[in-house]
Design a protein around this ligand. Sequence first.
Ligand code: NAP
Length: 274
Amino acid sequence: MTILVTGATGTVGRRVVDELLQRGQKVRALTRNALHENLPAGVEVVEGDLSDPSTLAAALDGVSGMHLMTTGAQYTPLQTGPEIVELATKAGVRKVTVLWSGEKGAVEQAVEASNLDWTFLQPVEFMGNSRKWADSIRSEGLVRDMLGSALNASVHEADIGRVAAVALTEEGHAGKEYLLTGPEAITVQDKVRIIGEAIGRDLRFVEVSIDEEREQMRKMGVQADVIEYVIDWNLNPPKMAYTVVSTVEEVIGQPAQTFAEWAEEHAHCFLGQT
Ligand SMILES: NC(=O)c1ccc[n+]([C@@H]2O[C@H](COP(=O)([O-])OP(=O)(O)OC[C@H]3O[C@@H](n4cnc5c(N)ncnc54)[C@H](OP(=O)(O)O)[C@@H]3O)[C@@H](O)[C@H]2O)c1
C-alpha cells in the first residue's frame, strides 16, 4: 500500500519520506510544484495543494497511510481539515501522522474527531532551525540571536521522521500524542559552540535585543504574525520546550540524536566563505 507524505519537500516531510523508503514502503510525495521538487528516486511525486481539497484526489487515490502537515504557506494554519479528513476517509486511508503546529487548529481538530488511526507528532523545536545562522556563520563567524542562555530541548528532524515512519507502519500508535524532544536541553550559546566544534571554527555569539531579532526576521521575509509568535514563544517558553522526554527512544527503540550529531551532519551548511 502507498503512504502519502505531505510537506515532503520540507525539513520534516523529507525525513519521513527517507525513513519510509528505508522500511521498504511505497511512498507518494505531495508538492504544490513538481518542477521544484528534489525527492529521491523511487518516490511518486504528485501535485496538490492542501488548502484546495479539490486538487487532492489523485494524491489520495489508493493510499493507506498519510503524513499530514497542518499549515500552508507562511505557516498559516490550514482551514481545510474537515475536507481533507473526508477525502482521506473515502479514499481508504487508515493511519495518519499529524505534524502539529503548536496548537490544535482546524486540521488537528478534524483528524481528532475522525475514525482515522491518528498519531499526533508534537516536536518542541527542530534542530534544523539553527540553519538560519548559516549566512552569518559563513560570512562573519558569528551568530546574532536573542536570549543566548535560554534552554531548549530541540529534536533532530530525522527523529521526527523515524517516529512518523514507525507510527505509519506499525501497530500500537493510534490515538497517541507524542511530544518529541532531543536527548538534552541546551542553550543557544551551547548550540553555537557545538556548530563551531563541528566546523573547526571558534564562533562568536552576539546577543541581540528583541527588537533587533524582530528586524532580523523581517529582513528574512518572515510574516509579521509569525515573528510575534516566535518572539512570544521564546520569551515565555512552555515548560515542555526545555524538558527532555524519552518518547523518541521509546517509539524508535534507539536514543534520540544529539545536537552535536545534527551539527556534524549539517556542517556543510555552515562552511564556506570567511
Ligand atoms: N520549526 C519548528 O521548530 C517547528 C516546531 C514544531 C512544529 N513546527 C511545524 O512544522 C511545520 C513546518 O514543517 P517543515 O519545517 O518541515 O516545513 P518547511 O521545511 O517549511 O516546508 C514546508 C512544506 O509544506 C509544504 N506546503 C506548504 N503549503 C502547502 C500547501 N498549501 N499544500 C501542500 N503542501 C504545502 C511545502 O511543499 P511544496 O512547497 O513542495 O508545495 C513544503 O514541503 C509547520 O506546521 C510548523 O508549525 C515547526
